[in-house]
Design a protein around this ligand. Structure first.
Ligand code: PEP
Ligand code: MN
Length: 342
């Protein structure tokens, strides 16, 4: 349930709505918006309370109207918030009119490699740099990332080249450390349902990119986003990165392009697509990047490496700087065709 206040509602009127919700043993959420203040009910409403509470709240001074929310997720739902959420990171808007591209290597490997990657990304006109310092690898013998050293390098390159940075956080203990080195926290596909991590990242209140688990339903994905929103982060970016495939012969995952319009319909949060993990094969990354933008995605996250053959992780799906430049050009034309730009 959401109570939408009139544009000129006073603080006292908002407090009265909140107290009324509390008197019904429910938890209110105050959500200041651009035009109207909304008060949500965070807890599940017992069926016998719903009608009397709706009548009671509708009659209060300053209340415009009361909306019932039918989805299991509330804060993430478009029923709750009809406008598109725009996440602003250092002046870059994610979820606005422009589509946003993020690029960089799967892992930060060395100073030379991350500076060369950043230069390639910047030369393509892209100002958000990705790079994993903590890597969730299927094998314990595979390169696990540089950890703190990788974070320091990302911070150094981000500051030196005035780029926004994004990196994955894998455990609740590392949230503060990662948050103090990068601009956007990434929750990886394998951790989409790691609830203690979602709580810790939510509490950090920082812009967060949440990847969809490879076998997660849309509702499970949006409920994971709900954890972040519920615990204090309003800047959540959803990322579709491919789901378990029927056939692994030619691609690593299957891009669920359906998810893009479905998520945009169900949620107000920005939706971006990762065609690198979605396909696992460099030659298919650009076609799927174009498909994602055509389907309404707000942006892309793409793996780029100065020398993919020597990459310590995900080389097969990483683009060379020249291929990345082509992707940006081609995606730009698709964006223009649908009335957007990059
Ligand atoms: C990554 O971005 O490098 C990564 C590990 O992605 P995912 O969590 O989607 O597998
Ligand atoms: Mn990767």
């Amino acid at each position: 349930m959401m109570v939408l206040m009139q544009a000129d509602a006073t603080k006292e009127q908002v407090s009265e709505v909140m107290e009324t919700i509390e008197r019904h043993k429910l938890r209110p959420l105050n959500l200041p918006g651009d035009e109207h203040i909304a008060v949500g009910v965070a807890s599940a409403i017992p069926p016998e309370v719903r009608d009397p509470l709706t009548a009671c709240l509708s009659a209060l001074p300053g209340v415009d109207h009361v909306v019932q929310i039918s989805r299991p997720y509330k804060l993430a739902s478009r029923e709750f918030w009809q406008h598109d959420t725009v996440v602003n990171v250092k002046g870059i808007e994610i979820g606005g009119a422009k589509c946003v591209v993020m690029g960089g290597p799967c892992s930060v490997e060395s100073r030379e490699q991350i500076f060369a990657s950043a230069q390639a990304v910047k030369d393509a006109g892209v100002s958000i740099l990705r790079g994993g310092a903590y890597k969730p690898r299927t094998s314990p013998y595979a390169f696990q990332g540089l950890g703190l050293e990788g974070l320091k390098l990302l911070k150094e390159v981000g500051d030196a080249m005035e780029m926004v940075t994004i990196s994955e956080v894998m455990s609740p203990e590392d949230v503060d450390l990662v948050a103090s080195h990068v601009d956007i926290l990434q929750i990886g596909a394998r951790n989409m349902q790691n609830y203690s991590l979602l709580v810790a990242v939510g509490k950090a209140g920082r812009p967060t990119l949440l990847k969809r688990g490879p076998a997660a339903s849309i509702d499970e994905f949006l409920l994971a986003a709900e954890y972040l929103l519920h615990h204090g982060t309003s800047d959540v970016i959803l990322c579709e990165r491919g789901v378990h495939p029927l056939d692994r012969t030619y691609t690593r995952n299957t891009m669920d392009i359906n998810a893009v319009p479905v998520l945009k319909h169900l949620s107000h949060l920005p939706v971006i697509v990762d065609p690198s993990h979605g396909t696992g094969v460099a030659r298919y990354v650009t076609p799927l990047a174009k498909a994602a933008i055509a389907a309404g995605a707000d942006g892309l996250i793409v793996e780029v490496h100065p020398d993919p053959k020597r990459a310590l992780s995900d080389g097969a799906q990483s683009l060379t700087p020249a291929q990345f430049q082509c992707l940006v050009n081609e995606v730009g034309r698709v964006a223009q065709a649908i009335g957007r730009s990059i």
